[in-house]
Ligand binder design. Structure first.
Ligand code: 13P
Ligand code: SF4
Length: 327
């Protein structure tokens, strides 16, 4: 492993004017119009994808957008569980995911059969599933949450119910601490967010004195404890806009920096480094490319397909979340 001392932080100073669209981006926009499609993209996508998205956001915002769109086709630039959620909430649409291999380590850490066995052995648990899980896990859950509404959701659960929180132990322990609710935590984690360390962040903090750290709740407790703000990717935009600081250290996936520079062009962002690298990419998010987006719109593949019984079962806890989240 390269020692932390050799890694220079990736600093993104105030953004320049946006580049003109390239030929591939123009082709995608033409195909989008022909197909009556909408492009929904997560904040972790590459800048070139973010540039042509109709909506950019976190998992919660993307779920609301997918539910309300009247386009015929949703080209979903994110990972599989996000596209699957779009299909669950709006089954009449064709949902395209540019690369079906765009998975998620959190989702992988909770196979539905294992969860079902645990629930059978421990009846009466109230299962709260972080949206980063498969449709089959959602179907076994009482309610879904995202990093943007987890506290609000957990606060709605009757006090006398014991909570099982799946699959992210880090988000779960953060919510347990904020709400004071005792929870059983599934031992899953995001392989990318757990790479942030106190050592690497302390070093970058020393290089940018006074710069606040904003971290995603999927980070470890030690990292969350040193952060000035812990929140979902969408709430990071609000924090960075409203903090008086003009330089901010961002401990989440590197694509977030593009979104921040687009919305807040006058500030400087430092990508949170890990012990191994200056920028922390999610290997799954980065499987989506402009070429694959173009091909998906041309071929109307790969599309998310789902058994209707599974879809209906998975939709109940998602709709409960969307309802609780609104009020
Ligand atoms: P957000 O919902 O905060 O965007 O998080 C999604 C995610 O996968 C974080 O790793
Ligand atoms: Fe999953 Fe982590 Fe990638 Fe988010 S960053 S999609 S939690 S692997």
């Amino acid at each position: 492993m390269i020692p932390t001392t050799d890694i220079q932080p990736a600093v993104f100073s105030p953004a320049d004017q946006e580049e003109p669209l390239n030929a591939l981006q123009k082709e995608i926009l033409e195909l989008k119009a022909e197909r009556n499609a909408v492009i929904l993209a997560h904040n972790y996508q590459d800048a070139a994808i973010q540039r042509i998205a109709d909506y950019l956001g976190d998992s919660l915002g993307l779920a609301y957008e997918a539910a309300k769109t009247d386009a015929d086709v949703i080209l979903f630039c994110g990972v599989h569980f996000m596209a699957e959620t779009a299909k669950i909430v709006n089954p009449g649409k064709t949902v395209l995911l540019p690369d079906l291999e765009a998975g998620c380590s959190l989702s992988d850490s909770c196979p539905p059969e294992k969860l079902e066995r645990y629930q059978k052995a421990n009846p009466n648990l109230y299962t709260v599933a972080y949206i980063n899980c498969s449709a089959a896990v959602k179907a076994l859950s009482d309610v879904i949450c995202t990093s943007g509404n987890a506290m609000k959701i957990v606060e709605r659960i009757p006090e006398d119910r014991e909570i099982l929180f799946v699959p992210d132990q880090n988000l779960g322990s953060w919510v347990a601490r904020q709400t004071g609710r005792k929870m059983r935590l599934w031992p899953g984690s995001c392989y990318a967010h757990v790479l942030f360390t106190v050592q690497a962040l302390e070093k970058v903090k020393a290089q940018f004195p006074g710069a606040p750290v904003v971290a995603h709740p999927e980070c470890t407790e030690a990292v969350r404890d040193l952060a000035d703000e812990v929140c979902s990717t969408e709430k990071m935009v609000h924090f960075c806009k409203t903090t008086p600081a003009d330089t901010i250290i961002v401990a989440t996936e590197s694509g977030m920096i593009h979104r921040l520079r687009r919305d807040i062009p006058n500030k400087t962002f430092v990508a949170g480094p890990t012990d191994r690298c200056a920028c922390n990419d999610c290997r799954y998010m980065k499987l989506n490319t402009l070429q694959k987006m173009r091909d998906a719109l041309l071929n109307m593949q790969p599309a998310i397909e789902m058994d209707e019984t599974l879809r209906e079962a998975a939709s109940k806890p998602i709709l409960r979340m969307l309802d609780w989240s609104r009020s």
